[in-house]
Design a protein around this ligand. Structure first.
Ligand code: HPA
Length: 234
């Protein structure tokens, strides 16, 4: 047990999918895994362990935002020995060629700050995905014929954003989408020798104002999870 995860040692697999929403963790585990058991309910941040095609997998909610993700990623890697962490989540599209339901494979994640900024100090560190995971995820997206984009995203500290000028600069510099967790996940994975990737579905679009209905979310999220699981065990 750790401060925020009640699982016993050995109850968490080396490969962990991390959705922000704990109820999505439950849905993913029940829909995609076999032999599922719940391994965490501390603070309602549900975690599950099961198998996928014979491979042990855990699905642990991260909560929203990098401070919350940092708590779970730290404990998963440093206390439970997780070595592959794949964020699965939603994002807001930022480019005209990025459409609702498209899958974004985050090669890099820019940010204004992350929880790691305090130790990185003046360094503008460039958090990046594990290349093997990224390559395998891109291949699976192509095999499924899922429209996907590989490139940079922005990990924001705010959902309700009041810096249109900053968004303009990111659009200008090719940032594909915005979410709130990947930059810190990539930084922690690098620090502790783990592999990480964020596989995201575009659920809303900052330029057009469109967003997915909840029924559409579920069906398009299935592709993202197939991609994440395939990449993790490629
Ligand atoms: N902003 C931040 N995070 C998000 C968004 C957004 O527009 N959409 C999905 N996650």
């Amino acid at each position: 047990m750790t401060v925020h995860i009640g699982a016993k040692p050995g109850d968490i697999a080396e490969t962990v999918l991390m959705p922000g929403d704990p109820l999505r963790a439950k849905w993913v585990a029940e829909t995609f895994l076999s032999d599922v058991r719940q391994v965490n309910d501390v603070r309602g941040m549900l975690g599950f362990t099961g198998t996928w095609h014979g491979h042990a997998v855990s699905v642990q909610g991260s909560g929203m935002g990098m401070p919350s993700l940092s708590i779970y990623a730290n404990e998963l890697i440093r206390e439970y020995g997780a070595t592959t962490l794949v964020r699965i989540g939603s994002c807001g599209g930022m480019q005209p060629h990025v459409a609702l339901r498209d899958v974004i494979l985050a090669m890099t994640a820019s940010s204004v700050t992350t929880p790691s900024s305090t130790i990185l100090r003046e360094l503008t560190y460039a958090p990046c995905a594990d290349f093997g995971l990224l390559r395998a995820a891109a291949a699976k997206a192509d095999a499924l014929d899922v429209p996907s984009h590989v490139g940079g995203i922005y990990s924001s500290d705010t959902f309700y954003d009041d810096r249109p000028d900053l968004n303009d600069q990111m659009v200008r510099h090719g940032v594909l989408a915005v979410e709130m967790e990947a930059a810190e996940l990539y930084t922690l994975a690098a620090r502790y020798g783990a592999r990480a990737l964020a596989v995201l579905t575009v659920s809303d679009h900052l330029q057009t104002g469109e967003s997915l209905s909840s029924a559409d979310r579920e069906s398009s999220f299935s592709d993202m999870i197939e991609i994440a699981l395939t990449a993790a065990f490629a």
